[in-house]
Design a protein around this ligand. Sequence first.
Ligand SMILES: CC(C)(COP(=O)(O)OP(=O)(O)OC[C@H]1O[C@@H](n2cnc3c(N)ncnc32)[C@H](O)[C@@H]1OP(=O)(O)O)[C@@H](O)C(=O)NCCC(=O)NCCS
Length: 175
Amino acid sequence: MKRFEVMTERLLLKPLGSEYFQTVKEYSLDYDNTRYMCCLPNESEEEAADFLRGVDAEWDKERPGFYEFAILYGGIHIGAVSIYNEEGMGELGWILNKKYWGKGFAYEAAQALVDYFADHMGMSHFIAHCDTENAASYRVMEKLGMVRTGEWGGRRNRSASEDTFEYRYELVLRG
Ligand SMILES: CC(C)(COP(=O)(O)OP(=O)(O)OC[C@H]1O[C@@H](n2cnc3c(N)ncnc32)[C@H](O)[C@@H]1OP(=O)(O)O)[C@@H](O)C(=O)NCCC(=O)NCCS
């Protein structure tokens, strides 16, 4: 598909891909940066490179199943925000390099994606999941206007030694 960018007041969202390998591995291999995430940290640089090759390949498809964006702030790559197409619903995800936490960037990037996908892709139903301990992440969901619709156990984050609990949030846009 034709690649596209989304601009916000402070950020530029550009298709993620292999050219961001150096900066992706800075956060994706870091335990503190990823402790509440299911599929991270990456266990090797090769695993991060493989992920980025998959992202490149997805952008090359006529109808991508997911869209991963690099978040750029003043030209610096600071993280990623994504939408996965889950049977017509957009599943949102985000990660920022920990140097950039607490400045409202995740919310700003995610809000811009929701607006873009609503306006240009006709998407009106968004979901997101996070570990129940991940307050920064579910605060972003709440700031987006998402509502908690589920909680269950049995989630195993990659770096956790025990199962944890997970929240599900939803946003349905009307009109
Ligand atoms: C989740 C994450 C993307 C949030 O990014 P961010 O840019 O710092 O988030 P924002 O600044 O937009 O908003 C965070 C909100 O959570 C709040 N918050 C942050 N840490 C918190 C904590 N430990 N307890 C309670 N609230 C917290 C902030 O105060 C802010 O809310 P406010 O605007 O009402 O004050 C970032 O913490 C991150 O990259 N975490 C690691 C990766 C990850 O866990 N991703 C999500 C997987 S589901």
